[in-house]
Design a protein. Structure first.
Length: 129
């Protein structure tokens, strides 16, 4: 799973000029599935399973860092500029804004329902639109 997920990330961002909302949403869906599986495996008490998760996490981080650098090179922006672009509605057309809202909704739907204390903490960490 980890190898195919990493390949999907690389393939999705291999050419920023062919990036489409459909490709992004497919990647978001696969990301959700991947991290749900990782979360399930994280409950394991077996050291080998936890060690494998750590290895996969580090490999994924490396892939994401390389893709971010590549994406920044292709767009001429730095990570802060890319982040600001996604958080500023005035810089996006309605379709792009809708895509970001859809992605945020998917991520928010995974948050577990819990007590008030966790809910308050979640409000502080809420993704800003």
């Amino acid at each position: 799973m980890a190898t195919s997920y990493k390949s999907l990330i690389q393939e999705t961002f291999s050419d920023v000029h062919t990036l489409t909302p459909e490709k992004i949403m497919f990647l978001v869906d696969e990301t959700m599935r991947y991290f749900q599986q990782m979360q399930e495996r994280l409950t394991s008490t077996e050291p080998a399973v936890r060690e494998q998760l750590m290895k996969e996490s580090l490999e994924l981080r490396e892939v994401l860092e390389k893709q971010m650098a590549s994406f920044c090179d292709a767009t001429g922006m730095d990570p802060a500029q890319l982040s600001a672009l996604g958080s500023s509605a005035s810089q996006l057309n309605p379709a792009e804004r809708q895509l970001i809202d859809d992605i945020k909704a998917k991520f928010n739907s995974l948050r577990p329902k819990s007590d008030n204390k966790t809910s308050k903490r979640r409000k502080r960490l809420k993704i800003v639109s």
